[in-house]
Each structure stands twice: as C-alpha cells, then as structure tokens.
Design a protein around this ligand. Structure first.
Ligand SMILES: NC(=O)c1ccc[n+]([C@@H]2O[C@H](COP(=O)([O-])OP(=O)(O)OC[C@H]3O[C@@H](n4cnc5c(N)ncnc54)[C@H](O)[C@@H]3O)[C@@H](O)[C@H]2O)c1
Length: 354
C-alpha cells in the first residue's frame, strides 16, 4: 500500500492486511455472493447487501441460490460471524471497504441501462465516511467510475486518494467452472489515483493469486469489455463459418478441430444456437454505445450481434431435416441435451455456452 499517504489511509491498509477491515458487498448475485463468501473465507467480516428480500431471506436461512457457493459454507461463515446478508444499508456506515456488484443490463433500445449502478452508488455515497475503499465490479462502459461514481462521492466531501479510495476491478468469474475458482482468476485493478489503485490491489491480493494493476479505471473497464467483445465476435465468426461449411457440404466441427491442432495463434470457438448466459451478448453494447457518443460506429460488434441473433432461427430450420435423417418425426421429439454433449466432447472449447 502507498507509503506516503496520511495515517488514516495507512490505517485502512493495515486493516486490509490484517483482514480486520469490514467489507460490504452490494448485490448478492452470481458475482457478489461468491465474492463476499471468498472475503469471508479469508477472514474478513463481510456484509452481503441486497435489495431483493427473497434473496436476503434465503441467505439468512443459509440457502444458496448460486451454484458456486455451498449452503453449508454460508452457514459455517455465518456461525463464525464472518458473513451475514442484509438489506439494511446502514451497514455501509460501518464498512471500511464497499464493493459494488449490481446488474448492468440493456434497455430495449440496446443502450446501457446503468440505473442500478447509479442507485447503488448513490446509496454508498450517501453513507460515505472517511476513510473508505470503494470498488465497482459491474461490467460497464469506459468512464463510469470516473465520470459517474467519483462526482457522487466528491459531492459528499470525499477527497479521492486521501479519504476515498475509488477503483474499478472487473469481475471475470465463469459461473459453474470449477477449474477456475476466484483465487485462480487474475484480478485487473485500475484506480482513480495511484493510491486508489494500490489500496484496491492490496484488497484483492488477499483473495487472489495475481493482481494486475493498470493505469486507470477506464483501462480496467475497457479490458473487461474487450474480453467479452473478443468472445462475442469469435462466436459470431464460428457461427458464420458453420453457415459457409454447410453450403460447402463440410463438417464444421471437423474443420475447427483440425485447425485447433495448431499449437499457436488459434483459439477454437464453436458454433451454436445461442451464445449463452447474458453477459457476452450484452456487454459489447456498453462499448458501442460509448463509441457512438464519440462519433464512432463499432462495426464488429454490430455484425457479430446480427450473425449471432440469426442462429436460433437457423438452427430451428435445421431441426426437421436432422430429425428426418434420423427417421424421426418432429412431433413428440425430445431434446438430446446438445450442450451437455458438447461440454463432454470439448471441455476446453469456447463457444455457445458461457
Ligand atoms: N454472472 C456472471 O457470470 C458475470 C461475470 C462477470 C461479470 N458480471 C457482471 O457483474 C455484474 C453483476 O452481475 P450478476 O450476474 O451478479 O447479477 P445478478 O442479477 O445475479 O445479481 C445482482 C444482484 O444485485 C442486486 N441489486 C440490484 N440493485 C441493488 C442495490 N441498489 N443494492 C443492493 N443490491 C442490488 C439484485 O437484487 C441481485 O441480487 C453485472 O454487471 C454483470 O455484467 C457477471
């Protein structure tokens, strides 16, 4: 942590190092709940805040609704006084660290709906007290942390880098993927100031093996978007490749698997009817929206969306023919769970699933 900062900031750094900092995680969904539990497992005292009464009630009864978090673990940490779920925002006033993990969906127009981040940030800023570390983890457009969050805190008298340490650190979990638990996924951290970055890096260093410090929150926000644009565009490429292979009478999978034997410069993606989850299809629009405001059309993003959106209809068109080939009739035909089969055959493959 920063050496030259004031003693109160050094005090916060010590609290983090000693795992004595009180942490509040705002939003107890697929991202916030596993993160809160990870901090609690590391020995911190954690409050999991959520506005959904059903979720809070489930957590109070130690019932997990997220596959990566075991109910027993919630019960154990609650019994040790390390974790509690609440909808009482006054807990923020006692928190040394606040991490915001609320949803960032799209409007019907496909413009970002940032309203939940705004509400959460207002709730946190309204209860700001020196000295606090606040980290935004929700996937969002570049500039959110600096342009949207910072002014809310400054209006409450926060002095960034002194009484407030503000940073962005994207969540990169892959729900259900046991090969990559939270501690194995490097955490990218960008702070408004150098001390903000160092404070946030110190925090995440307590629960993950590797922290990657970047020069600003905007770089961290863009890194997350680039990861998901990369995935979305490559899934679209695999999908378009499948359309082309069909016209040529060639098995797409056989081609991709042959190409994937190249030991460098190629990453296999597989075609499919959907791109899975909600993030991959949504996040790229956070970037294209921001770029449009900057007078630039993000062409790859829109083309990938167009191709990926056409796939469900295309797959439906193929179904009757595939059934006929297998001498089966559409009426009464049952699913053969293709996603499960693909996972079994290609555990490393990236594609239509998350
Ligand atoms: N799910 C993933 O795999 C994944 C992976 C990486 C990043 N992300 C990103 O992380 C963010 C959160 O996603 P998620 O999947 O956890 O969402 P989620 O819908 O599972 O959970 C979000 C939770 O936040 C709560 N909430 C909303 N507003 C609140 C407020 N003001 N105060 C307290 N709680 C509030 C909701 O009730 C909900 O329980 C999104 O930006 C998403 O894009 C998700």
């Amino acid at each position: 942590m920063p050496k030259a900062c004031d003693p109160r900031a050094a005090g916060l750094a010590d609290l983090i190092r000693d795992h004595a900092a009180r942490i509040a995680v705002v939003g107890q969904g697929y991202v916030g709940l596993p993160l809160a539990i990870e901090f609690a497992r590391a020995g911190f005292t954690v409050a999991g805040l959520d506005t959904d009464p059903e979720r809070v009630a489930a957590l109070e009864e130690h019932r997990s609704y997220v596959g990566d978090v075991a109910s027993d673990e919630i019960g154990r940490l609650a019994a040790e006084g390390r974790y509690r779920a609440t909808s009482d925002f006054s807990v923020l006033e006692e928190s040394d660290v606040v991490v915001i993990c609320v949803p960032t969906p799209l409007r019907k127009s496909k413009d970002p709906d940032i309203s939940l981040v705004v509400v959460a940030a207002e709730q946190v800023a309204a209860r700001f007290r020196p000295v606090q570390l606040v980290v935004l983890e929700s996937t969002t457009y570049p500039g959110t942390t600096e342009e949207l969050l910072l002014p809310l805190f400054e209006a409450r008298g926060a002095r960034v880098g002194e009484s407030l340490f503000l940073a962005f650190s994207p969540e990169r979990i892959d729900p259900g993927n046991r090969r990559f638990p939270i501690r194995e996924i490097p955490k990218v951290v960008g702070g408004i100031t150098g001390p903000c970055r160092e404070m946030a890096a110190l925090l995440y260093g307590q629960i993950v093996h590797r922290v990657i410090k970047v020069s600003s929150p905007k770089v961290a926000e863009l890194a997350k978007l680039y990861e998901n644009v990369f995935r979305n565009v490559n899934i679209a490429l695999a999908n378009e490749f499948a359309l082309m292979c069909r016209r040529l009478g060639v098995n797409t999978r056989e081609v991709i698997e042959a190409a994937a034997t190249k030991p460098f410069g190629f990453l296999p993606f597989y075609p499919g009817p959907g791109i899975g989850g909600h993030c991959i299809a949504v996040d790229p629009f956070y970037l294209s929206w921001k770029m449009r405001l900057n007078g630039y059309e993000a062409r790859f993003i829109h083309l990938a969306d167009e191709i990926n959106r056409s796939m469900p209809g295309y797959v439906v068109e193929l179904v009757p023919a595939a059934l006929r080939q297998g001498r089966r009739c559409l009426n009464g035909a049952r699913s053969v769970r293709p996603v499960d089969r693909r996972r079994r055959e290609h555990p490393e493959g990236r594609g239509a699933e998350r």
